[in-house]
Design a protein around this ligand. Structure first.
Ligand SMILES: *[C@@H]1O[C@H](CO)[C@@H](O)[C@H](O)[C@H]1NC(C)=O
Ligand SMILES: *[C@@H]1O[C@H](CO)[C@@H](O)[C@H](O)[C@H]1NC(C)=O
Ligand SMILES: *[C@@H]1O[C@H](CO)[C@@H](O)[C@H](O)[C@H]1NC(C)=O
Length: 129
């Protein structure tokens, strides 16, 4: 029997929404989503410690639509709390931003999502005590 939770329905809606949006032509605006360079696969972060998330700013477009960045923690490929990001409102051209690891359940499937115009995921890494 097929069993669908409201959460799964919400997730599939969000996924199809973003698939639809990303399929639209983006000729007018410069969508700028620099790749995350740290953390990498194999990174281990300790709860309560500070780390510098870094990203590659070597090839920015001339006109950036949204020059403010936001960093959100993700687990299992799903971004967690957008309302309390690890960091927000820094320049997307900075290339680095210091964050403090929140008190989350230790696991090995965390990722950082860097938002500019859209979100870019880091590889999955470990958060431990
Ligand atoms: C992050 O980078 C800044 C600027 O380079 C540096 O002052 C700071 O100590 C770094 N923080 C950590 C946790 O490495
Ligand atoms: C960037 O924006 C300025 C001002 O709106 C415009 O004059 C210029 O043509 C734009 N450049 C590019 C490469 O889109
Ligand atoms: C973001 O930073 C800009 C420039 O420092 C500031 O004017 C603006 O009020 C900030 N926005 C928020 C939501 O903190």
């Amino acid at each position: 029997m097929m069993f669908t939770t409201p959460l799964m329905t919400l997730i599939s809606f969000i996924v199809s929404f973003f698939t639809m949006v990303s399929a639209l032509p983006v000729s007018v605006r410069d969508v700028y989503v620099p790749p995350v360079t740290y953390p990498t696969a194999g990174t281990v972060w300790h709860i309560g410690q500070n780390y510098n998330v870094t990203w590659d700013t070597s090839d920015p477009p001339v006109n950036i639509t949204n020059k403010y960045g936001m960093i959100v923690l993700a687990k299992g490929g799903i971004a967690l709390d957008y309302d309390s990001p690890l960091a927000a409102n820094f320049s997307i051209l900075d290339g680095t931003h210091e964050i403090t690891v929140p008190n989350v359940d230790p696991d090995d499937d965390y990722a950082i999502v860097l938002f500019g115009d859209s979100g870019n995921y880091s590889p999955e890494f470990t958060i431990t005590n």
